[in-house]
Design a protein around this ligand. Structure first.
Ligand code: AMP
Length: 198
């Protein structure tokens, strides 16, 4: 099963992706996690991406498409994957279609986590507090001001990806304001039958 999770930052994509990994035994491919690892390792990609990420902007399509291209060719992604945070622009969505098509694969489902954006800043402040309390590092871009930039980038560049997949008849919209368990249950019911098909 090849699945895409779409939604603004803080909508719960990472949390739900982790649950999908457990249930379906396919990897979560988070471009945000991969880019953060590249920044930490100070690779050439990391050095290029760092400032844009810290400002809440989008890393170039060329860089992220390259990362995903290499990642989906790895062995563990052969049976399927959950894309979290990619595609974030129409150019990325088109590049994904092309690279899957080249290897006779396709996107099976797209889940949009739809949330009340006025509540997201509170959610992100809580995420930073929870991480701090657990002794985990707090993401630099979870600073409320940077977060607002990320939300703007979502509305400006990424929201348009939703109608792209709606037109392709792949979209399920889930109410992301439900409890975490309820969101998981809604996603599972939207995906019912897909495991067998692919
Ligand atoms: P995330 O963890 O998905 O919220 O991503 C964190 C940051 O990484 C974003 O704010 C962007 O700067 C960058 N990023 C992650 N995925 C992408 C992508 N598909 N396209 C462009 N930038 C991305």
């Amino acid at each position: 099963m090849r699945l895409i999770l779409v939604g603004p930052p803080g909508a719960g994509k990472g949390t739900q992706a982790a649950r999908l990994v457990e249930k379906h035994g396919i990897p979560q491919l988070s471009t945000g996690d991969m880019l953060r690892a590249a920044v930490a390792a100070q690779t050439p990609v990391g050095l290029q991406a760092k400032e844009v990420m810290n400002a809440g902007g989008l890393v170039s399509d060329e860089i992220v498409v390259g990362i995903i291209h290499d990642r989906i060719a790895e062995d563990d992604a052969r049976k399927g994957f959950i894309l979290d945070g990619f595609p974030r622009t129409i150019a990325q969505a088109e590049a994904l279609d092309k690279m899957l098509d080249d290897s006779n694969q396709k996107v099976d489902a797209v889940i949009e986590l739809r949330v009340d954006q006025t509540k997201l800043v509170d959610r992100i402040i809580k995420r930073a507090e929870d991480a701090k309390a657990a002794g985990q590092p707090v993401r630099k871009d979870d600073d409320p001001e940077v977060f607002k930039q990320r939300l703007e980038a979502y509305n400006r560049d990424t929201a348009i990806v939703v109608p792209y997949y709606e037109k392709a008849n792949l979209l399920s919209v889930i109410d992301g304001m439900q409890s975490i368990d309820e969101v998981t249950a809604s996603i599972e019911s939207a995906l019912q039958g897909l495991d067998e098909q692919v």
